[in-house]
Ligand binder design. Structure first.
Ligand code: TXA
Ligand code: MG
Length: 337
């Protein structure tokens, strides 16, 4: 494939993108979390193009995006009562529920598992494209495997130009980290990936849920996708745990070794530190803002000549759970005071 279309998401271009999907090609589109790379979830050959374009391992399943709640039952064999509550409370929105799959979905979508992740995105362009093509769309994040998920059409273009049919440009996404993935096939549901809907919000709706070790800290893989490198910028990233004086000392130590240092921090910490490159993600008092700019920040350093990136940790509560999950996976290690 030589040319990747960049559609502006006018009505005519949305129709063109929908036709492209119906013809078994892959198209990137914005959702409220990150950009997704979509294909007809019932078409094995179309889905194979997603794995190829991303360089994604075949044993990492994709989630299926549908337009409305009534469609979910077309693709699963059971919707447990608690799943029903989550669907009614949070969809459309940044939540993916894992349910037992039926045989309508191509087997490469689920990587041969007996379950499938279903999500209803809350973004006008995602919703229009699904309405127009009338297909369930298998769609992972539209990045090259291992890189941070794309929050702008430029990020998608950078990673996948020439490998996919087209990109629908809807500007920057809102949530900035991916959907929360929760396995609803268990007696006690388990969060496999923290994301746009927090554990606290979920527990308010359905009571206690578990969170997998791999989602809480960077340890054993549980969700198939958790065992691969993820969200990694080109330069190694380290988490700096300590006060701002300690943080500044680490920067200076690297600089004395001749290294250029980038820092990925809150607005507050940014104003206290001096480095070669700095990306401030937002105020420490607004974790949603930090989440929104996190991937943009990780990618920002790939456009600089820094040799090493230092980032600050956040509280592991609310949106902080999703932020720290991504930073832990992006990081090579921690440097502690
Ligand atoms: O916000 C999002 O969820 C974005 C947008 C595009 O919708 N999509 C996304 O997809 O992040 P992806 O493929 O990058 O991440 C989906 C995660 C992976 O970690 C995958 O392993 C897990 O969900 N997953 C998918 N199906 C699963 C299943 N049946 N059982 C367990 N984990 C599953
Ligand atoms: Mg992804």
């Amino acid at each position: 494939m030589t040319e990747t279309f960049r559609w502006k998401a006018t009505e005519a271009e949305l129709k063109q993108a929908a036709n492209t999907l119906r013809n078994g090609e892959v198209v990137a589109f914005p959702t409220e979390t990150v950009y997704g790379l979509g294909a007809d979830a019932r078409n094995e050959a179309a889905v194979a193009k997603i794995f190829k374009a991303k360089g994604r391992p075949a044993d990492n399943p994709l989630i299926v995006h549908v337009h409305d709640k009534s469609q979910i039952q077309q693709y699963v064999t059971d919707i447990p009562a608690k799943a029903e509550v989550l669907i009614n409370t949070f969809m459309p929105g940044p939540l993916t529920v894992i349910l037992p799959v039926n045989d309508t979905i191509a087997t490469n979508v689920t990587a041969g598992l007996s379950t499938v992740g279903i999500r209803i995105p809350d973004h006008p362009i995602a919703r229009r494209i699904m309405e127009e093509c009338r297909l369930p769309l298998a769609a992972p994040s539209a990045n090259k495997s291992g890189k941070p998920s794309p929050t702008t059409a430029d990020h998608v273009y950078h990673d996948l130009n020439g490998k996919i049919a087209g990109i629908l440009d809807g500007g920057a996404t809102g949530v900035g980290v991916e959907s929360t993935v929760i396995d609803m096939t268990r007696e006690i549901p388990i969060i496999l990936r923290p994301g746009g809907v927090t554990q606290e919000e979920i527990e308010q709706a359905i009571g206690k849920v578990d969170i997998s070790d791999s989602a809480r800290v960077n340890s054993h893989p549980k969700a198939p996708g958790m065992k691969y490198n993820h969200y990694e910028p080109n330069a190694p990233l380290y988490m700096i745990e300590g006060d701002h004086n300690f943080f500044q000392e680490q920067i200076q130590r690297e600089q004395q070794l001749g290294n250029k240092v980038g820092i990925l921090v809150s607005d507050e910490l940014s104003s206290l530190l001096k480095a070669d490159e700095s990306y401030a993600c937002g105020s420490i008092s607004d974790l949603k803002e930090i989440a929104k700019h996190l991937y943009y920040g990780l990618r920002f350093f790939d456009g600089t000549d820094v040799d090493i990136i230092f980032a600050q940790p956040y509280i592991r509560k609310g949106m902080g759970q999703a932020i720290m999950n991504r930073l832990d996976k992006a990081a090579t290690g921690y440097i502690r005071q």
